[in-house]
Structures are given as C-alpha cells and as structure tokens.
Write a protein that binds this ligand. Structure first.
Ligand code: NOJ
Length: 566
C-alpha cells in the first residue's frame, strides 16, 4: 500500500453548534473551537473534521447549505476561520470541512433562481421533473419521511429532494453544476484545508427515468435508496471530482457511504480510489429496523463483534478504513454498544481500547473522550432533529404509545450525540452563558472535562493514553500498517485481536465485555503490558510472565506486546 501522510493520524469530529459558545447566543462558534485547540492537541488529535459551518437556515443543522463560500454568522467570520486554519497549522494539526454536494438548501441562490425561472439555466442544476398522471414522478420516500418530490410552484413539475424538502438534490449530470462544485472545492483547498469529509455522496447518481418501486411501507412509498441501489455509474462522477480537485492537493477525503455496491469497494477506497478512506458503519447498521426505529432490533455482543471483525478483514484487503464509535448521526456509543452493567468508566475505556487499535484511522467524536451518553427526554418537543421528529411520528403511526415512541428516540436519536459538550460542572456544562440551542444532558455534573482533567483514572486521561500508545514510535508501524487478525473468537464475551507488523511485531488487544472474569491463554510470551484500562499493568504482566495467561475481569481491557513472530 502506498503510504499516505494521514495514515498514522488520529482524527476528531467537532459538531460546531454544540462544541463551545463564546458569545452567549447558545450556539457554538469558531472562537470556541480556536480556544480548545490546545485541549485537542493534548488529547493527541491531528486531524479535525468540522461538521458544516457554512451559511445555512439549519433545517438539517447545516447540512442544508445556502452559500458554500460563507461562514454561517452564528459560527463567526471568514477571518476567524482563517485564524483557525493558522492556529491549527501552528500546532501541526489539519482541518477538514464537511463537503455537502448531493444537495444544497432551498435558500441557495441557485435554487431561488431555479424557482424563479423553472425553464432557465439554474433549473438545470436540480432535478425538475414532470409529474405523472397528476402525481409525483415516482413513489420515492425521502430519507426524512414523506415523498421525495415537491411541487415546483406554478408548474406541472416536481423537484427531487432525497432528504428534507428544503434540501433540493443537485443534478450532477449537468457539467456546469459539476464545474461550479469543483471550483468551490478548490477554493477551500487553496485556503489551506487538508481535505473533506464527504456527505451522502452515494446519492449523487440518479436514474433519470426515476422508476417507481414496489411500496415498502403503509404510506405506499418506497425508500429512495432503492433507486440508489439499482443505478450504475456513480464512480464516473466521483473519479472526475477527485481528478479535478482532491488529487491536485493530496487532500484527505473521508466519505460517508451507505448502500455501496459490494464489488465497488476497491474503486472507492483501493489504491488510487475515489476517496482516501470511508467510514465503516457496519456495526451501526446492525440494529436498523425494517421500517424505522420502532422496529429496530437488539444486537447481541457476538454479532456486533463478528460484524466488526468481518468488516476489518474485508477492508484491510482493499484499503484503509475510518473507524468510529459514534458521530453526530448516531446515538452515543457508550449507551449503544455497552451492556448496561458496563456503562461505567471501565466499560467506556474498554470500548475505546478495542475500537481504537482496529485497522484504520480512528475518529473520536466530541464528548466520546469523556464518555458522554444518550440523553433522556420526556417530550418530543425537547428534540430538535428533523429525522427524530419523523421517526417519532412514524413510531406512533405504527401503533407505538407516546412512551414507546420516546423510548425509540432515546435509543436512536441523532440529538443524543448533539447535546452540548460537557466542559465543566457549572451552569450549562460551561458550554454557553446563554441558553443552549439544545439543552444539555443533565449528567454534565458527573461527566465533564474539568473533573476528568483532575482525575488520573478518568476516561479522558485514558483516551490520552490511547492516542499516545498508538503514536509511540516503537509500535506505530504495527498499529498503523499491521495486519488485523481476530483471536479468542470462540468466547462469547471477549473482543480480541492481534495487530502484526510485517517485521513480526505482535500486539494483542483484548476486552472482556462479559459479566464474569475470563482467562486468555497467551499464544507466545508477553514482552510487555502496554496498557490496562484499570491500571493493572503490573499485575497482568506478572500473571502473563509466570503463568502464560491473563485474567480479565468484567469490563477489563488490555494491550500486550507479545514476542515477535516470523
Ligand atoms: C449525512 C449527514 O451526516 C447528516 O447529518 C445529514 O442529515 C445528511 N447526510 C444529509 O446531508
């Protein structure tokens, strides 16, 4: 594999709206981010991905962009953004923006022009399609519920929106549109961005016949994803975009890709693929219900572990994945992947350990490093997220009680990860002096950065150890390029794997997710216990040396350097 500058880095996702507010408007801002660069540096972060900070009406929290060349005034100014770039650079850190080019906002100038003149040039930037028999062109359901088609006022046409109706989809078939997008991307890269996280990109290719599909829900509609799954040729656009933009800058791109065709993996992230990497969502998709959160299913430990293992094995053959526990679209990992008895600091450190050393580049989502959790709400009005509100009503329509529908939101809502960052035990968790745009998780008095910075055994201090170990010159090669190989798979509670370098350095990463202690007989002598989530390095070392095994209690994890192999 060709070595790339970003392979050995640690990345961190900031959700700017909820990170740190410095002007009291209840919304996080660039000044807040700048003021926390040292915090991130100390955590061991190299690459920072900012969720959208462009001008936006925030129907979908900034994923509806009204101007790609402007910073949203809630976040600050372009001068402050330039300052952020410069300050990051000073610290040897890299900034990624979010690239949202499947759609824009209905407030974007291009869409306004398109509505003004539905036969004109800008209408060609969007999918303006004639209805059929007085109805929408097809029966697609948008990702946020309801038809994916909206009437173009005063015409017999509809425009396509795979997300909210305020997020019209671009027509990538139009070369003028593509040119505008490439110009915009290069404009940001010229500023000194290191690259982009690329949003919802699989959706850019449409079947211009827009065929209907058999209904898959009581609304008589079919998910628009069906069209995405059937249509061929997205790669042509992705390759073109790469050539015209990212490639020229050696930029880092991490794509959000769902519903990719299996055989296209190498084209996406193989050597010289369309993107540097893409997120591995295999574990996150497991619980997905047939028709929504109300019928999502429980996932057992073994299935979760084996899914990650299978995905790792497949991905390492092809490219270099990006690994996450959570992000702004997912519930908190500590609430989701840890059984209730493990939802404590030991469990969170164990989850961090077993995820962090997987093959690929780790992305930490803001607050994960202190073990932030899902947030219980007592009424749907306390949620902000467009998809949560849709799913809540979907659950009610499917016959759930209000209480059950709220329980679905507690388990699945994107707002779980969007609550303000918990900096301290003071008012509003130190996030704002005003009223936060989304109320803080009441557990901030117990889970916060200030407290954890004071405690050597905190989750935060442990995450610093994780990043330090990953970058330690003696092991970096193995953690970056070493082969991933699962071990102790017969166990129902152990999540364990080796990373083995080409030179034969062998590192064991293991966590016991069960309630009972378990014994792992070591395959090879232990050279050194590199990390224990309970500070039991010495005890584990002794046991390994004298007995050739380690015993991990419930919620205990360890990283061991074993004797090298040929
Ligand atoms: C994926 C983003 O992560 C999500 O937050 C957004 O709602 C959709 N794409 C639409 O842009």
């Amino acid at each position: 594999m060709k070595r790339k500058w970003w392979h050995d880095k640690v990345a961190y996702q900031i959700y700017p709206k909820s990170f740190l507010d410095t002007n009291g408007d209840g919304i996080g801002d660039l000044r807040g981010i700048i003021s926390k660069l040292d915090y991130l540096k100390e955590l061991g972060v190299d690459i920072i991905w900012l969720s959208p900070i462009y001008k936006s009406p925030f129907v979908d929290q900034g994923y509806d962009i009204a101007d790609y060349y402007q910073i949203g005034e809630e976040f600050g100014t372009m001068e402050e953004f330039d300052e952020l770039l410069a300050e990051a650079k000073k610290r040897g850190m890299y900034i990624l923006m979010d690239l949202v080019v499947n759609h824009c906002s209905d407030q974007h100038e291009w869409f306004r022009q398109a509505l003004k003149d539905p036969e004109g040039e800008y209408a060609q930037y969007f999918h303006f399609v004639k209805g059929k028999n007085g109805e929408a062109p097809s029966n697609y359901r948008s990702y946020f519920g309801g038809s994916a088609w909206e009437k173009v006022p005063g015409t017999d046409k509809y425009y396509l929106h795979m997300f909210a109706k305020e997020q019209p989809d671009f027509k990538w078939e139009n070369p003028r549109l593509r040119k505008e997008i490439y110009q915009m991307i290069n404009w940001w890269l010229d500023k000194g961005l290191a690259g982009f996280r690329v949003d919802a990109i699989i959706n850019i290719k449409k079947d211009l016949d827009f065929p209907s599909f058999p209904a898959d829900g009581p609304d008589g509609l079919a998910s628009c994803v069906k069209m995405v799954e059937e249509v061929q040729g997205v790669g042509d656009y992705l390759e073109d975009m790469k050539r015209e933009t990212f490639q020229k800058y050696d930029a880092f791109t991490v794509a959000e890709v769902f519903n990719m065709k299996e055989d296209e993996l190498a084209e996406f992230i193989g050597e010289d693929g369309h993107f540097s990497t893409m997120f591995d969502f295999s574990a996150h998709e497991l619980a997905q219900g047939e028709s929504g959160w109300h019928n999502s299913r429980p996932v057992e430990f073994r299935e979760w572990r084996d899914t990650i293992f299978a995905s790792q094995k497949k991905l390492q053959e092809v490219g270099f994945p990006a690994n996450i526990i959570e992000n702004h679209d997912e519930p908190r990992g500590a609430s989701r992947f840890l059984p209730e008895y493990a939802q404590n600091e030991a469990g969170k450190k164990m989850l961090g350990t077993t995820s962090f050393f997987l093959y690929g580049i780790p992305f930490i989502y803001q607050g994960q490093e202190i073990g932030m959790t899902n947030c219980r709400r007592s009424d749907i009005s306390e949620y902000d997220d467009i998809s949560t509100i849709d799913q809540y009503h979907e659950a009610l329509r499917a016959g759930c009680t209000q209480e059950e529908a709220l329980a679905c939101c507690y388990a699945n809502s994107r707002d779980n990860a969007r609550t303000p960052m918990q900096w301290e035990a003071g008012e509003n968790a130190g996030f704002t002096k005003g009223t936060p745009w989304l109320s803080v998780n009441p557990n901030y008095t117990k889970i916060n950065v200030a407290d954890q910075e004071e405690r050597a055994d905190s989750v935060l201090e442990f995450y610093k150890k994780l990043t330090a170990l990953k970058k330690c010159p003696e092991y970096k090669e193995t953690f970056t390029y070493g082969t991933f190989a699962p071990v102790y798979e017969a166990s129902d509670s152990v999540f364990a794997y080796y990373r083995i370098s080409e030179e034969g350095q062998k590192i064991l990463v293991a966590g016991n997710y069960g309630t009972e202690a378990c014994t792992l007989k070591l395959e090879g002598a232990c050279r050194k216990v590199l990390l224990s989530n309970l500070g039991r390095e010495a005890a584990l070392q002794e046991e390994a040396e004298t007995e050739g095994k380690i015993t991990l209690g419930s919620c205990e994890s360890a990283v061991l350097l074993l004797e090298s192999v040929d």
